[in-house]
Structures are given as structure tokens and as C-alpha cells.
Design a protein around this ligand. Structure first.
Ligand code: SAM
Length: 276
């Protein structure tokens, strides 16, 4: 898959892609990334690509000509490209959308600056407007990289890991709590069940942990929960657990107790350090 990024700051994009898993995916040609400097399509020798806004008020906008020309040039070699404008006014990017976009052969991502772009660009060449969240950033480079990063995770052989199936959102829930060494840190212990090697019990712990996390942090996800493997059964489990099942209540109480113990342990170790 090829990602084309139209930007005023190609160096920002390159900096992120120079290291880590994405740089490896690029080196192994699992994904391709091409940055296109909008200044190369400037209107004049002063490098102009923007202009003032009609009506009244301050601010500048990308003019249509440079963006049209940049997209046209890319489309000559990649006619099937889907054009995406990163904008806070777009539909919110999520796991499902990222998976869907990973099936495209080529994406053109437009990263704007200033107040955004002339509306005619959006009307005529943009296929989708995508936002990365309900806040406003100074430019579209980070949103373009966020999209590129998460879409790449769905590309076979690029970043897909064995644990991808367990990750947050994959089955409609947030991922369960993880622990690593040491077994005990500042009085906080790794839960016993994870040390016993009983896979059934570990799965149960993880499912409950995922449900608990989702319940407290993102209850909205539970409303749409429809993991297709066994929708009916899982829905029932959720309903029972979340409304009346004793084991979840017990589990939540356990978790509360563990957190309390941890808080106390932290407080004690602070007190010890401060000499109280
Ligand atoms: N005037 C615009 C508005 O109120 O919707 C905001 C312009 S913002 C300062 C400049 C550019 O940053 C946007 O055109 C877009 O490309 C990018 N941007 C900022 N926040 C974003 C977000 N949450 N999602 C995607 N792109 C964003």
C-alpha cells in the first residue's frame, strides 16, 4: 500500500518514519510512503500556496491550485488513490475505519495548515474527510501520521503481531490489564491467577479485566458490543455480568481492594522516603 502525504512540512513526516516499526515496514517494502511538498506546486516564485479568506476575519487558507496540481500529479501514477483530507470537521477515525482503509491500494492524505483549505478542494477532489478527535491541532501532519500508523497495523506482514487479535477494540472491548516483572513492586503484587499457568483461568481473568476497563473507561463501547464470533452468548455474559452477576461484583470488589492495597503501599513507601 502507498501513502502519499501532501504537506508543507515533509521533514515532520519523515522524522516520525525514520525510526521504529514503521521504518522497518518501509525498508521491507510492506508499505510505501511518499511525501509531496506543497511548495513545489506554489503559485509563484515566492512559494505562495495560501491566501486570505473571503468575507471577513483573519487567517489564511490553502488555495485550490497547488493542492489540485499535487493531487493530479500523484493520480497520474496512482489513478485509484482515495483522497483523504485530515480535518477536525471530518468523521472520527476509529479501529473499524482504519481496517477498512487498509484494503485500499493507495491513499492521498492532505495535511492542511492555517485555517484549512478552500472548500472547493473538498467538494471536488476529496473522497473522505477524517478527524482524529474533537480538538484542533495546528496542522494535519500529526493526524496524517496517526492515520498512517493505525492503518499500517492492519496490513499483512507490516506490523501485524500475534497479539493483534487481543488488542483494544479488536473484539469490541478495551484490552485487559498486563503485568511484567518484578512479581512485586513497592508492595504491589502481580495477581496470583496470572502466575499459575492455568490458561482457562487466565482467559477468564483477562475477559473480566477487559470488561471492567471498558465499563469504567468507555461504557459507550459496551452499547455497540457485537463481536461476531458469538454475539448472543457474549451479549448475555455482558448483560449478566454488568447487571447482576455476583462474580463480576466480587471481581470488581477484588480490584478495588487491590487498588486500595497498592495506594496504601505507595503512601507507606512515600512516607518512608520522606522520613515520616
Ligand atoms: N479552522 C479549522 C476548523 O476550525 O475546523 C481548523 C484548522 S487547523 C488550525 C489546521 C489544520 O490542522 C486543519 O485544516 C487540519 O488539516 C489539521 N487538523 C487540526 N486538528 C485536526 C484534527 N482533530 N483531525 C484532523 N486534522 C486536524
Amino acid at each position: 500500500m502507498v501513502f502519499h502525504i501532501i504537506t508543507l512540512f515533509p521533514q515532520m513526516v519523515k522524522g516520525y518514519l525514520d525510526v521504529g516499526i514503521l521504518s522497518r515496514a518501509i525498508a521491507e517494502k510492506r508499505i510505501e510512503v511518499e511525501t509531496h511538498n506543497l511548495r513545489d506546486f506554489a503559485l509563484n516564485r515566492y512559494g505562495q500556496i495560501d491566501d486570505t479568506i473571503f468575507g471577513y476575519g483573519k487567517g489564511m487558507l490553502f488555495r485550490p491550485e497547488p493542492v489540485f496540481q499535487a493531487a493530479e500529479k500523484i493520480k497520474k501514477d496512482h489513478p485509484q488513490s482515495k483522497v483523504i483530507f485530515l480535518t477536525p470537521q471530518g468523521k472520527k477515525l476509529d479501529h473499524k475505519k482504519a481496517r477498512q482503509l487498509s484494503r485500499e491500494k493507495s491513499l492521498i492524505l492532505i495535511a492542511a495548515r492555517y485555517e484549512g483549505m478552500d472548500a472547493r478542494i473538498v467538494e471536488s477532489i476529496v473522497d473522505e474527510e477524517i478527524s482524529i478527535g474533537d480538538y484542533v491541532l495546528t496542522g494535519g501532519e500529526l493526524p496524517a501520521l496517526v492515520l498512517l500508523d493505525t492503518v499500517s497495523r492492519f496490513i499483512e506482514g507490516a506490523i501485524k503481531t500475534e497479539s493483534a487479535d487481543e488488542e483494544s477494540f479488536e473484539k469490541g472491548l478495551l484490552e485487559y490489564d498486563h503485568y511484567t516483572k518484578p512479581l512485586e513492586y513497592n508492595g504491589m503484587k502481580v495477581p496470583e491467577v496470572l502466575r499459575g499457568g492455568d490458561h482457562k483461568k487466565i482467559d477468564e481473568f483477562r475477559l473480566k479485566s477487559g470488561i471492567r476497563k471498558t465499563y469504567f473507561n468507555r461504557p459507550d463501547l459496551l452499547l455497540d458490543y457485537d463481536y461476531p464470533a458469538d454475539v448472543k452468548e457474549t451479549r448475555n455474559i455482558l448483560k449478566i455480568w454488568l447487571r447482576k452477576n455476583k462474580s463480576l461484583r466480587d471481581y470488581l470488589r477484588d480490584i478495588e481492594n487491590i487498588s486500595k492495597e497498592w495506594k496504601n503501599a505507595r503512601r507507606n513507601s512515600k512516607d518512608r522516603r520522606s522520613g515520616c
